[in-house]
Ligand binder design. Structure first.
Ligand code: ATP
Length: 202
């Protein structure tokens, strides 16, 4: 099935854009939510995490010991890469399992991931969308949504690739500023993807 990857910096509005696609009947796989869920569900991943970071990575009831893992990977690039090398393939497995449940009548699917480009997951998509918004707009939205400070927003943004870097890899763009309608942009892209998916089938 034709796969569209969608990403954007924090507060850019990628989830909001996905909600519009959902209204159009397009199923969306939320990779960041899936990544959290599989930490306690994917047996291969659980075994890998225990082998890499110790059995204390999980409590006896099977819940993830977030504090333990965060303590190891915080400021330790090598440990973080090791964790990512376990989690990313597990998210790919979860996506494949999810996609297998999608009816063949669905024209295409959307995969939403904050780190679509950073994780290399964009390579498994047929095309990609980058959602962008000016810094001031993102800041305002995040302060409103999460009640965070500008410093906290900046710290989160610093961990992601810049829009400039991401835009070199993206195929399509949604500009979610306060001027252009996100709905109209999604409708135009939806039409393009319907055509591309049709060609993809043949
Ligand atoms: P994150 O990566 O932090 O989860 P995101 O890119 O998924 O963020 P959203 O959650 O979609 O961003 O949007 C951030 C906030 O801005 C939300 O509260 C959302 O309702 C609001 N928002 C997004 N787009 C618009 C818009 N066009 N007009 C008004 N509010 C918007």
């Amino acid at each position: 099935m034709y796969k569209v990857g969608i990403t954007g910096g924090i507060g850019s509005g990628k989830t909001t854009a996905c909600k519009v696609f959902e209204v159009l009947g397009i199923p969306v796989f939320y990779a960041d939510t899936a990544a959290k869920e599989i930490m306690t569900q994917d047996t291969l991943l659980i075994e890998g995490v225990k082998a890499a970071f110790g059995n204390e990575s999980y409590f006896e009831d099977g819940k993830l010991n977030n504090k333990h893992i965060a303590g190891i990977v915080f400021n330790n690039e090598q440990a973080l890469s090791q964790l990512n090398a376990l989690v990313h393939p597990a998210v790919f497995r979860a996506f494949d399992a999810w996609e297998a449940t999608i009816p063949a009548t669905v024209p295409y699917t959307l995969k939403e991931a904050a780190i679509l480009f950073e994780s290399g997951s964009y390579k498994l998509c047929d095309t990609t969308i980058l959602v962008t918004a000016p810094y001031e707009v993102k800041l305002k939205r995040l302060m409103q949504r999460d009640g965070v400070t500008e410093e906290q927003v900046k710290a989160r943004m610093d961990k992601q690739l810049s829009d400039e870097e991401k835009s070199k890899m993206a195929n399509h763009f949604i500009v979610n500023d306060e001027q252009q309608s996100i709905i109209e942009q999604v409708l135009a892209l939806h039409q393009e993807f319907l055509n591309a998916a049709e060609e993809f089938k043949n």
